[in-house]
Every structure is written in structure tokens, then in C-alpha cells.
Ligand binder design. Structure first.
Ligand code: PGA
Length: 262
């Protein structure tokens, strides 16, 4: 983490977990457990049906509400879709885009990811753009090509200022929900590579301003090692964010690393 240039973000991705009736008590307890002084964004990304309760449960900016996806269309006859305008109207601050589970199960394309990123930025919502390689791509030694391609496509037609408002999440697909984490060094190296890709397409200031998160079996035990890497500015946390105590420990480890670096 390097908070001199960019903010740290710890984001929980609840995926298709938690019931609307469970949201309030989780948030209430999380607020009570969170250390009072923090210099990082704590975000909860919940499913659509939970967003209204999530926003109601967050009367101040201690914890920021996020969605897990958004429609690439503005409005109209798209049954089942949720628009950027709807998310903005609810007060959403973050939205995950291009998660590998959506790329795989819902055929989300790089083009759609780019459209969603642009619409979110226009509405003042921060996109958390997920990129990452499959096990086959890692074994074929084409991880960097894959990351470079996904980054270029997701940030296509954006200007430097817009890119600075984005958050990127490096999520190796083989590490998601499997308990297999990338080693801190590998994760750090890939996040550094992503920053280099941004520097090559935009400018040095933009590259050092973008927060890059690691996601993939981050937990209370491995978070400190991962967050100590210079180019890892936080985490996108699935399974461990469902267990309140574990999520709080991850937040605490981010605060510890940030204090050590001061
Ligand atoms: P995981 O999920 O922490 O359960 O591996 C991370 C994610 O998919 O965002």
C-alpha cells in the first residue's frame, strides 16, 4: 500500500449471500467493531435486493455501499436489469464491474465492461474493475497478456482524470473461492504490472493515483502480507467478508500496514 498517492480500499463482495433481513444487523455490528480513525474506504458490495436496506443502514460515510454489477443500458425494455441511474438514485458509491463470475456465467464482454465503466463514472459511482487470468492462462504463461488486454479494453476511451477515479481489482480466477491465494510476491508483481500498463496508456500521475486491489481468497491470515506489497492498495474480499470478525481483522491489518508506512 502506498497511501501517499492513492487511497486504500477494503471492499466486501457478498456475492449471492445474505438476506435483506440480515443486512441491518451485520452493518450495525460492523460499525461498532470498526476502529474509529481510518484512512481507508470500507465498502460492502451487495446484491440488488439488499441495496436499499444497505443504504438505509449506512446513514454516514463510515461504510460505503456498493453494487455487484449494473446494466450496460440506460433504461427501457430490459427485464431484470438495473440501471446506473437507479444505483445513483439509491446513493451507491461503488460498483463491481467485470467480475470473472459474470464474465463466465453471463458472457459479460470487455466491450460491455467498458460501457459500464463509462456510465458509472458519469454518474459519480466508482467502478471496481475486475481483471485476472484463468489457471490455463497462467500455465500457458500468458497472464500478463491477458491482464494488459483486459485493462486496455476496460479503460478504452477514458481520459486521465476518469482513469484516476477507477479502482482495479486483480483477481486471479484460480484463487477465487478456492482457498488458494496468489503468494504476496506474485500478487504484488501482477498489481505492479497493471500499474505499468496504465502508465503506458495514460501518464505516470494517473498510474500512481489508481488504487489496485487484490482479490482471491484474501483472509484474516494472509491479508497483512498481501497489503504490505507496494502496489496492492486494498482487497476485494468474498468469502471472508461474510464472517464479520474476519472482515474486521482484514480492515485492521490494512490500518496496521498503513500506520507502519507512515
Ligand atoms: P473470495 O472472492 O475472497 O471468496 O475468493 C473474491 C471475489 O470473487 O471477489
Amino acid at each position: 500500500m502506498n497511501q501517499k498517492y492513492r487511497k486504500a480500499v477494503i471492499a466486501g463482495n457478498w456475492k449471492m449471500n445474505k438476506l435483506p433481513s440480515e443486512v441491518r444487523s451485520y452493518i450495525k455490528q460492523l460499525r461498532e467493531l470498526l476502529p474509529p480513525k481510518r484512512s481507508l474506504d470500507v465498502v460492502i458490495c451487495a446484491s440488488y435486493v439488499n441495496l436499499s436496506n444497505l443504504c438505509k443502514a449506512l446513514p454516514d460515510a463510515k461504510i460505503l455501499p456498493g453494487a455487484q454489477d449494473v446494466s450496460a443500458h440506460d433504461n427501457g425494455a430490459y427485464t431484470g436489469e438495473v440501471s446506473v441511474e437507479m444505483l445513483a438514485d439509491l446513493g451507491l458509491r461503488y460498483c463491481i464491474v467485470g467480475h470473472s463470475e459474470r464474465r463466465e456465467y453471463h458472457n459479460e464482454s470487455d466491450k460491455e465492461v467498458n460501457i459500464k465503466v463509462k456510465k458509472l463514472l458519469d454518474a459519480g459511482i466508482i467502478p471496481i474493475i475486475c481483471v485476472g487470468e484463468s489457471l490455463e492462462q497462467r500455465e500457458a504463461d500468458i497472464t500478463k497478456e491477458q491482464l494488459a488486454y483486459q485493462i486496455k479494453a476496460a479503460l478504452s476511451e477514458l481520459n486521465d482524470r476518469e482513469v484516476r477515479r477507477c479502482v482495479i481489482a486483480y483477481e486471479p480466477i484460480w484463487a477465487i473461492g478456492t482457498g488458494k491465494t496468489a503468494s504476496a510476491e506474485t500478487a504484488g508483481e501482477m498489481c505492479k504490472f497493471i500499474r505499468t500498463c496504465i502508465r503506458n496508456s495514460f501518464d505516470a500521475r494517473t498510474a500512481r493515483s489508481v488504487s489496485i486491489l487484490y482479490g482471491g481468497s484474501m483472509n484474516a491470515k494472509n491479508s497483512k502480507d498481501l497489503l504490505e506489497q507496494e502496489d496492492i492498495d486494498g482487497g476485494l474480499i468474498g468469502g471472508a467478508s461474510l464472517v464479520l470478525e474476519d472482515f474486521v481483522k482484514i480492515i485492521e491489518s490494512a490500518i496496521e500496514v498503513s500506520n507502519e508506512k507512515k
